[in-house]
Design a protein around this ligand. Structure first.
Ligand code: FAD
Length: 641
């Protein structure tokens, strides 16, 4: 007999997004909730951060005016984002931010209660704020306190392996999920609504700065046929890999020495950057600049700081060497007076014109050294290994402006798994979007999906369908090592669908990905508990990576060109650098027409993903006349739009 559980709204995932969705549902009077999660200490939000982890919101300080539509324009300027989503993320940003303040997240304010801000990337105003390196962790901790206060039940140690769906009034919809418990047994959860808050696709890449514990589970929704959008749009950048952390901000501003070694990590130590710069001053200034130009950016390659990422990629991926930042000694020939005025003044004003990178780091940001020490790496004594890593997916599942799946009603993807963003997004908008999604889903569910609509027969049929698929997998022995399967798909993604892409290679990569999926789709998963959990996880990861590769291939073949955080190699394009081989290192220009479109993808299990470009929805012109808007609100017609 399998275990089943029924609730009104099931929340899958307990990162910042899922926790807030649960809290807002409870505040709306939905009491029959359940959070199903790998664990409260799992996921990206509670385990990741950066030099100054950023939260993006409406400006609330000083005399500079800001407004939802003005902020939404900033989102739209990033390209390929729907206008209604931009307006909602802007409109709800103040509400979502103040909720966090009110539950105890210590965002800095001045003596008069103003929330001071700073400019983040792709931000024309000072909308960004931060509580330090661990903003998302502090958000989670405050949200967990609220979840406990409201006594919202949480089941930890669960791995969701499948979404349950049923057809109602001729429309397929979400009705729950199947999960493995801590003993490796299947459990079935049925619900009127499913809030899917499983985070970004961390498990898809070999070179990744997503926390080790986070794989993500967009694949379970793709397997259920949920529509996705903008899957190819991600962010990549330099990160340490022993302990995964972005080496942005002061880690670069102190100008560490970039070295590479043979594969053993010790022999044949070389400084590999100098041959690509006319002067050492130009080289060191470029490294400095990477401090606030963290993501790899196709617009910053020719003559810009993203050439550093390419050079690191060549060393690590193409030459099979390893790259380290050495803070103990200066780059060969380093002199402060050779730096650009910008870099020199910055270090001077920071009183950091000191002898070594580590002395400068100690002066400017001692916590940055401590952070690695806390994770067993002493950068005062050893070099820090880095690579170009995947950090965030701007795309994900497609939702409408209430964050409901565009083709699977009653499924609400919130957080990073919801692909609301396009090509560029302001830094910090991932955290804002995750909070906004929770408010939207809760508002809509409370207004429209409060009453039960599912019959026991419908639910039994949905469970039976999932059982018919999952039980045979658990009845047959695991044939291959799950680690090898995982490594295979991750290597494929990092090689072909990360920041360097090539049309010629993508077709084969996608075909290989589908071949791996066809093999895993039928393969047994029975083994020790951990093996079974990971083998079933591999299924959805493998399916997801095939869909991502297909979408990337489609985008590149459409002629989208190099944009955002990736380039498309093309011998006929612009040369990345005069001293890199032109045939190998030239890249296609962006075709800006695609900025007005969004890439939609829907996958079928038989190894087909259908992608198409759709015009992006314009920014809505909402009725801002108070009397009529109030009537629409009172009558609930706002939920019809
Ligand atoms: C190094 C780094 C730095 C970043 N810096 C910033 C920044 O400065 N500003 C910004 O806005 N964003 C930043 N981001 C992105 C941001 O942190 C994430 O997008 C955000 O935290 C994701 O939150 P989430 O709630 O959607 O997902 P997560 O926090 O990842 O939570 C996902 C939850 O789902 C659970 N889960 C997953 N799969 C399953 C499954 N199969 N079954 C059960 N449970 C499951 C997980 O255990 C977890 O509880 C950064 C990301 C990284 C990696």
């Amino acid at each position: 007999m399998h275990k089943t559980h029924t609730c009104h709204t099931l929340i899958i995932g307990s990162g910042a997004a899922g926790l807030n969705a649960a809290l807002q549902l409870r505040r709306k009077g939905i009491t029959d909730l359940l959070i199903l999660t790998e664990g409260l200490q799992m996921g990206t939000s509670i385990n990741a951060g950066s030099d100054k982890q950023t939260y993006y919101k409406l400006a609330m300080c000083g005399a500079e005016a800001d407004a939802p539509k003005v902020m939404a324009e900033t989102y739209l300027a990033g390209g390929s984002m729907h206008g209604d989503l931009a307006l909602v993320e802007a409109s709800l940003s103040a509400r979502a931010f103040l909720n966090l303040v009110n539950i105890g997240v210590p965002f800095p304010q001045d003596a008069y209660g103003q929330f001071v801000g700073y400019k983040t990337d792709h931000d024309p105003r000072q909308r960004a704020t931060s509580v330090g390196p661990y903003t998302s962790r502090d958000m989670c901790r405050a949200l967990i306190r609220e979840v406990q206060h409201w006594q919202i039940p949480v089941r930890e140690g669960r791995v969701v392996v499948s979404l349950l769906t049923a057809t109602q009034n001729g429309q397929r919809r979400a009705v729950g999920a199947a999960a493995l418990d801590e003993q490796g047994q299947l459990e079935y959860y049925t619900a009127e609504n499913v809030v899917l808050a499983v985070g970004g696709p961390g498990g898809l890449y070999q070179s990744s700065v997503y926390p080790n514990v986070h794989t993500g589970a967009i694949g379970v929704a793709l397997l259920a046929g949920a529509a996705a959008q903008n899957l190819p749009e991600s962010q990549y950048g330099l990160a340490s890999i022993g302990f995964r952390w972005n080496v942005s901000g002061t880690y670069m501003q102190v100008v560490p020495r970039f070295i590479s070694t043979a594969a053993d990590g010790q022999s044949d130590v070389r400084e590999f950057l100098p041959p690509y710069f006319d002067t050492l001053g130009a080289m060191n200034s470029m490294v400095f600049l990477k401090g606030y130009q963290w993501p790899f950016d196709s617009r910053k390659i020719v003559g810009g700081s993203s050439i550093v990422d390419i050079l690191v990629y060549i060393e690590t991926v193409l030459k099979g060497r390893r790259v380290f930042l050495d803070y103990r000694t200066n780059p060969e020939g380093f002199r402060f007076e050779d730096l650009t005025p910008e870099a020199h003044t910055y270090l001077k004003n920071s009183q950091a014109l000191l002898d070594t990178p580590i002395a400068r780091l100690h002066k400017m940001n001692p916590g940055a050294i401590e952070l690695y020490r806390d994770h067993g790496i002493d950068i005062t004594a050893e070099p820090l290994e880095i690579a170009v890593c995947a950090q965030h997916n701007n795309g994900g599942l497609a939702g409408n402006h209430w964050w409901e799946s565009t083709n699977l009603p009653h499924l609400f993807p919130v957080g990073e798994v919801n692909g609301s963003h396009g090509v560029y997004r302001p830094g910090g908008s991932a955290l804002n979007s995750g909070q906004v999604g929770g408010f939207r889903a809760a508002d809509y569910i409370a207004a429209r999906y409060r009453e039960p609509t599912l019959t026991p027969n419908t639910l039994q049929a949905a469970i039976a369908t999932a059982q018919a698929e999952l039980t045979p997998l658990l009845g047959a022995k695991l044939a291959t090592d799950w680690r090898a399967e995982r490594a295979q798909l991750q290597a494929r993604m990092s090689r072909s669908a990360a920041h360097i892409r090539a049309k010629a290679d993508l077709g084969q990569a996608a075909a290989d990905a589908w071949a791996q999926w066809r093999r895993l789709a039928q393969a047994g998963c029975a083994g020790a508990v951990e093996e079974t959990r990971e083998a079933l996880r591999n299924r959805q990861l493998c399916f997801a990576h095939a869909v991502y590769l297909d979408a990337v291939h489609f985008a590149v073949a459409s002629g989208v060109g190099s944009r955002g955080s990736c380039i498309v190699l093309d011998p006929a394009g612009a040369r990345a650098h005069a001293r890199l081989d032109a045939a190998q290192w030239s890249f296609a220009p962006e075709n800006p027409a695609f900025r007005e479109q969004v890439l939609e993808t829907i996958a079928a299990r038989d190894g087909r993903a259908i992608s198409r470009w759709v015009p992006r929805r314009p920014m809505p012109d909402s009725d801002a006349w108070f009397e009529t808007a109030w009537a629409a609100f009172r009558q609930g017609t706002i939920y019809n739009q």
